[in-house]
Design a protein around this ligand. Structure first.
Ligand code: UD1
Length: 341
């Protein structure tokens, strides 16, 4: 049987690079497309080193329709995993048009080119941000989405809707949206991981950079939430487990296992972990002390959100496997690797 080839758009990014590795390990061919606007070739080199394969890389902006079309002409992939998008919540509030243009246009291009070139399967990177402050926890895929609180979150909701409508209208298209909770950690080889530009906005990169001495002090945003220890609860999902969820989603589509032409799955661990628990876990596992202080709440943060993962467990046969300790150790191993510590 011919090997299925998968286009990974945004494959030089954090989740994309881990997913490219997982796909190759599962026997797929992979093409990475990325415009390196928020990533660099080291990630692609890391993927090549881990897999021992000279994976093709194309520097292309998915918003550039003609250049992107040439990629479809050049490579015979049947499936696409679309990661390429901007993802900084605060920046999206300051520069909404940058987010709407990039995130929506690139996604519409993907779908239109898939139609033009007869490609069938698409996985879209969605986010738990679509649930906002949910009325019930944990959230299931049926939990109503709340109006987005940022343009970034709005692009996730809009892309989900675009995909739903396209899969309904076009017989040859099937799509899966994976709603990621909080991806953290790095590949066990420490050859790929998360590399934020500038000051990290997310918790774990801020922790690892504080441990590395790049940041002086971690701010814990609020200890007065209605949660057991007063800090927010999140569902931290290991990035290599998350990567494997993409593999099973692609397999489901390739093997004709979808129940609907458009499906949604929560991808998390099913556990809510507090900021204090995460910080203490990081200190314990890596045997170090973090400099931190409690500061006021960050605007827009929801007190708690974690996933009901039963649908992914039963339908995809997927569940998170790595322990939080392993993940926190891998995050620190990656930071040490890139800082030569
Ligand atoms: C955010 C985005 C989410 C996006 C995800 C990407 C929102 C509201 N959040 O999730 O859409 O998909 O990033 O990973 O849209 N914290 C601190 N100190 C810090 C940084 C964070 O205490 O320096 C706390 C936050 O208050 C929060 C938790 O750590 O309780 C996790 O924060 P973060 O890593 O930024 O993720 P989210 O805000 O959950």
């Amino acid at each position: 049987m011919k090997k299925e080839c998968v286009l990974v758009s945004g494959g030089a990014g954090y989740i994309g690079s881990h997913t490219a590795v997982a796909l190759v390990e599962a026997g797929f061919d992979v093409v990475i497309a990325d415009n390196l606007s928020n990533s660099d070739m080291n990630a692609v080199e890391g993927v090549r080193r881990i897999t021992g394969r000279d994976i093709p890389f194309v520097n292309v902006d998915c918003c550039d329709t003609e250049a992107f079309a040439r990629l479809f002409e050049q490579y015979d992939f049947g499936s696409v995993i679309h990661f390429a998008a901007f993802k900084a919540v605060g920046e999206s509030v300051a520069e909404p048009m940058k987010y709407y243009r990039n995130n929506l246009l690139s996604f519409m291009n993907v779908i239109e080119l898939m139609r033009r070139y007869g490609r069938r399967n698409i996985v879209f990177s969605s986010s738990a941000t679509v649930y906002g402050e949910a009325d019930t926890l944990p959230v299931t895929e049926q939990t109503p989405r709340k109006p987005a609180t940022s343009p970034y979150g709005n692009t996730k909701q809009m892309c989900e809707d675009i995909l739903r409508d396209a899969c309904k209208a076009y017989d040859n298209l099937q799509g899966i949206a994976l709603r990621y909770f909080n991806p953290i950690g790095a590949h066990p080889s420490a050859l790929i991981g998360e590399l934020p530009r500038g000051v990290p906005q997310n918790l774990v990169p801020f922790i690892t950079q504080t441990a590395a001495g790049i940041r002086e002090c971690l701010s814990i945003f609020g200890d007065d939430y209605p949660t057991p220890d007063g800090s927010c609860l999140r569902d931290y999902i290991d990035v290599t487990d998350l990567a494997k969820a993409h593999v099973v989603a692609i397999k489901r589509m390739v093997e004709g296992g979808c129940k609907e032409s458009y499906e949604i799955f929560n991808i998390g661990t099913g556990n809510g972990v507090s900021v204090f628990e995460l910080v203490r876990g990081f200190e314990r596992v890596n045997n170090l002390k973090l400099n931190y202080r409690v500061t006021p709440r960050r605007a827009g943060d929801v007190p708690a959100v974690w996933a009901d993962t039963s649908l992914a467990n039963t339908e995809l046969g997927w569940r998170a496997e790595r322990t939080l300790d392993e993940t926190l150790a891998s995050a620190w191993a990656w930071e040490k690797h890139i800082r030569n510590i």
